[in-house]
Design a protein around this ligand. Structure first.
Ligand SMILES: [Zn+2]
Length: 353
């Protein structure tokens, strides 16, 4: 589905609105982050034991309250466009991330705080909206074409075995032109995430709760039926449009429709900043993303809010980035950021001494 003119306008507006005042989706921002509980069924059945003292050593570096770039792509094609990146451009973006110590995670991993990266790595997320055919074309043997996004990701992975490649695809009905179901199954089998982007790319700001539930529920059912056992937990707002009525917004996050229910960990916005750490007080379910656009195609005042603008900022001050301490148990950060930690995570806090 090619972005329509209204999408372009809304997305541009979102870019300015979200950066100009720093406000992100107030209706959803109020919800507290929900860490994903980890269950160990076999362990739960064992006899209770006296808890052993914590033996996991405290890391001595890392900033797990820094920001995370979540990159937003739409189409892949032969020329750079406002909503299109070339295969070479995507490969170049991956190269920049690789060269500057980033590691890719899915939206689900970011949203849940379950990123588990080696010490020193900065998490980043790749997102692809709308299931455009150019994101995933393959040949008759089901090998991704090198001109498609998935082909570029696979080629980069092959050339950089130490850089696990993953991404989140926000889908509408029947994505990627042909072989939709087979491609969705292939993506899940290869470690990619499928997210819900509504069944018909509907503008949530023009729907009431029942309309929202139908749009989200039909897509949730479509993905779950296409990939048995798979349950999407990430959602992206078409056009960045939130429901007008704050009470209807709850239907976006948690709802049910004809026997299908959903609980989303996050709602991805259209623009336009790096996202906060999932452990930060400023984290909310409304998650900002950075658009990837060739800088020649946007106004100079907007260039700061696309990837190339943030590349410069990250290079100038790498301390702003989330940097893993290498320990899934501890949440490490510089002492002066202590007040930014979400109190829900205080038992894991490891401020730098
Ligand atoms: Zn979209």
């Amino acid at each position: 589905m090619k972005p329509s003119y209204p999408l372009m306008l809304t997305a541009l507006f979102g870019l300015f609105a979200l950066t100009g005042c720093g406000v992100v989706a107030p209706g959803l921002a109020a919800a507290p982050p929900t860490p994903v509980p980890k269950t160990h069924h076999s362990a739960a059945k064992q006899k209770p034991r006296t808890p052993s003292p914590v033996t996991v050593p405290r890391p001595t570096s890392g900033n797990e309250l820094g920001v995370v770039p979540i990159l937003e792509y739409h189409m892949i094609g032969p020329t750079e466009g406002r909503w299109q990146r070339t295969p070479q451009g995507l490969y170049q973006d991956l190269t920049w991330l690789y060269d500057h110590g980033f590691a890719l995670v899915t939206m689900q991993q970011y949203e849940s705080g379950d990123m588990n990266l080696p010490a020193g790595k900065h998490p980043a997320v790749l997102t692809f909206d709308d299931g455009d055919y150019s994101q995933f074309e393959w040949n008759s043997a089901h090998v991704p074409l090198p001109t498609s996004a998935v082909g570029v990701l696979e080629a980069f992975q092959k050339a950089h075995p130490d850089f696990p490649v993953t991404a989140t695809f926000y889908l509408n009905n029947h994505p990627f032109g042909v072989d939709s179901v087979a491609k969705m199954q292939w993506l899940v089998a290869h470690g990619f995430e499928l997210g819900n982007h509504t069944y018909t790319h509907a503008d949530m700001s023009s729907l009431d709760a029942s309309g929202i539930e139908k749009e989200i529920g039909e897509e949730q059912a479509y993905i779950e039926q296409s990939v048995p056992g798979y349950v999407p937990v990430s959602f992206a707002l078409p056009y960045g449009g939130l429901p007008q009525d704050p009470t209807d917004r709850t239907a976006v996050l948690n709802g049910s429709y004809q026997g299908i229910s959903w609980h989303f960990l996050g709602v991805a916005l259209v623009g336009a900043n790096p996202a906060p750490s999932p452990y930060s007080k400023t984290f909310s379910v409304s998650i900002p993303r950075i658009q990837v656009v060739d800088p020649s195609l946007v106004a100079s005042s907007t260039r700061y809010y696309i990837l190339s603008g943030y590349e410069a900022q990250f290079l100038q001050d790498p301390s702003m980035l989330y940097t893993s301490d290498g320990s899934p148990k501890w949440i490490s950060f510089p002492q002066n950021l202590s007040a930014q930690l979400n109190p829900a995570y205080s038992s894991r806090a490891n401020p730098e001494q």
